[in-house]
Design a binder for this molecule. Sequence first.
Ligand code: SF4
Length: 226
Amino acid sequence: MSGAERARALEVLRRLDVAMPGARIELDFTSDLQLMVAVILSAQSTDKGVNRATPGLFAAFPDAPALAGAEPEQLWPHIRTLGLFRNKARAIGAAARRIVEVHGGVVPRTRDELEALPGVGQKSAGVILLQQGVEAAFPVDTHVGRLSRRLGFTRQLAPGKVEAELRQLFPVELWATGHQLLVWHGRRCCTARAPACERCPVAELCPKRGVKRAAGQGGRGAMARR
Ligand code: SF4
């Protein structure tokens, strides 16, 4: 990527930061375990929906041993408003059991160990690592991927390849902020179905200004390891 393109990309983040100061993760949590559970639950669900479900779930199952000892069906009443809740209940229980059996009840803090937890893939591990503050990452969810392509940061489709190019494009100190700003912009303005280019703070820097959603573009995939 040329110096001019890199400068444009940096200016995009700068303007998004001005437009959305304080962009942050919108899941509610007070511990690494709650963070991991909330991230697993957020697959194909809104953060608001997850935040409505988790207080009851966390009250009923306050630690890893409690979750590890629960049958998936015991989690259902708390999370049945969320998509794929049966799969998520199974994943949460399995992840909790591994945390108890392998990690002494403490959520691990390395990428390899996190990605070995059921229900936690590359993107989810990156989100957890960012919040733990132990490892830099530029997690690529559906918003980050879509916006990175619209804004000309990458042409890649695979999240891992998109993240690799974003890591090349931006200095490491901007990865966490960049991730969060793209997520917020994707939710609030540059949505998959109706990008609001007319009120977009980076429209004059965007090669896809005025884009309309192409059929089949921008939807969420089925729940997999995220
Ligand atoms: S100009 Fe339109 S396509 Fe480009 S980032 Fe803004 S909302 Fe998205």
